[in-house]
Design a protein around this ligand. Structure first.
Ligand code: GTP
Ligand code: MG
Length: 437
């Protein structure tokens, strides 16, 4: 079966797009504007030309069109006036709502998950992210492969149809299911490889940058590690995770990972499909949650990121909260009030470098906090284990008792698993941790 992700030619003319927001009245009529701004940014990232906006605050969503039928008529009028050829809903539409809207409006309609998937399809560069996006798109498409779906001519390269779109319309559900199984298996293999890689790296303190898309994670990653991963002013610039060693000082070395950003109403299938990428997050000892302070809605963004972290079972990992882009919003009063809410927060600018040294010191502190002192019983000739203790810890004492070396060493808690794996017996000396292996 050919790859769904062979380059589709981008449309020569950008699609004339109307964004539509339908919000519950109960949340107040102020809600929605910010969400709609974000969908506009997403549309622009996908290459759309925004020609109109329409919103409705409603008591109950309509099962037929999501919005009320009167509003659909208004939307149809706007489409005619602005000569639009695409409507993007800032919601999750059911497959039937999507079909009903397309039949009524006679142009293509996509929802927020569909749009995000489309952007992911554009930005997916590595084999892993391509497979992940393809899987997510097929899972999204499967319930939509129903009779009546082919009521619109699909244009090659149009938003919402990149990736598997048009190909899938000719393919039956069985083929899609087979492909989903195939992709799942391939991704499981990649996940296995990643687990092996991570095991090989275990012993080092693992730190992962997380945060809302466009918060500046990759810029911070590049600045700290001297790397050059893509950092751009568009949503979802990063889809793959990158891990590098970061020397904080002397023997204080950690692993730092940059990974995919989060967003509101992230399609669940997408989160699940990105499991192997998100493994870096779930395997972290510490998360650096990067927040864009210049974004007026940052409290909302923080809540969204925390929700996603819970969703991927990472809600219990310690978090270092850092507010980035302070060069754009240097307001000491705001900093003070934020410290009232988040006492351990830090303020940085990845652009000017301000606060980055302090961040490194914080990381060193967290690393030290994570360390435990153990006495390990090692065979004198076991150079592999002795080498490991030397490289990942600080040895303070070593005595030989009955032909066994008893090495007192302070090392990251994460290294204990490796010692266990190597069959080394050890006793933890620090406070509550004391136990005999
Ligand atoms: N003014 C200012 N701009 C910044 C700062 N940090 C990052 N940026 C800009 O913000 C944009 C997004 O930065 P990225 O590092 O790509 O953000 P990201 O969080 O990795 O985004 P995704 O990978 O899309 O999730 C880029 O244009 C950066 O140059 C900062 O401290 N100040
Ligand atoms: Mg990035």
């Amino acid at each position: 079966m050919r790859s769904f992700f062979e380059e589709t030619s981008r449309k020569k003319t950008r699609q004339r797009t109307i964004v539509a927001g339908v919000f519950k009245k109960a949340y107040g009529t102020d809600t929605g504007a910010e969400s709609l701004d974000e969908i506009v940014s997403l549309c622009k990232t996908a290459g759309a030309n925004i020609v109109g906006r329409i919103t409705q605050h409603i008591d109950r969503f309509s099962p037929t069109f999501l919005m009320g039928s009167g509003k659909v008529d208004e939307l149809a009028g706007l489409i005619g006036k602005r000569k639009a050829d695409l409507v993007v809903f800032d919601s999750i539409l059911s497959p039937s709502q999507q079909v009903n809207l397309e039949k009524k409006l006679k142009i293509q309609v996509i929802d927020r998950p569909g749009l995000i998937l489309d952007i992911f399809a554009i930005h997916a560069k590595t084999r892993e992210s391509r497979l992940q996006v393809e899987l997510a798109q097929l899972q999204y498409l499967l319930p939509r492969l129903v009779k009546g779906w082919t009521h619109l001519e699909r244009q090659e390269g149009a938003i919402g149809t990149r990736g598997p779109g048009e190909t899938q319309l000719e393919t039956d559900r069985r083929m899609v299911r087979i492909r989903i199984r195939d992709l799942t298996r391939k991704l499981e293999d990649i996940e296995g490889e990643r687990k092996v890689q991570r095991k090989g790296r275990s012993g080092l303190f693992n730190v992962c940058l997380v945060g809302y898309t466009n918060a500046g994670k990759s810029t911070i990653f590049n600045l700290l590690t001297g790397e050059n991963v893509t950092a751009e002013d568009y949503l979802f610039a990063t889809l793959d995770s990158t891990t590098r060693r970061l020397k904080l000082s002397g023997r204080n070395e950690i692993l730092l990972s940059d990974t995919v950003g989060f967003i509101k109403k992230l399609p669940v299938s997408l989160v699940a499909s990105f499991k192997s990428t998100l493994l870096e997050v779930s395997g972290a000892d510490l998360l650096i949650h990067v927040v864009d302070l210049s974004d007026g809605n940052f409290p909302d963004r923080i809540a969204t990121v925390n929700e996603v972290l819970k969703e991927i079972d990472c809600g219990d990992i310690p978090v270092l909260l850092i507010f980035n882009k302070i060069d754009k919003n240097h307001d000491p009063d705001l900093f003070r009030s934020l410290l009232g809410h988040y006492p351990r927060a830090r303020f940085v600018s990845a652009l000017s470098g301000e606060g980055l040294n302090k961040l490194k010191r914080d990381l060193k502190f967290c690393l030290e906090q994570s360390r435990v002192t153990v006495i390990a019983a090692v065979r004198p000739g076991d150079s592999r284990v002795i080498g490991f203790l030397n490289s990942s810890g600080h040895i303070s004492d070593s005595i030989s008792v009955d032909g066994t070396l008893h090495i007192t060493v302070r090392l990251p808690q994460t290294a204990l698993g490796k010692l266990e794996g190597a069959g080394v017996e050890f006793t933890i000396l620090d406070g509550d941790h004391e136990r005999k292996e």
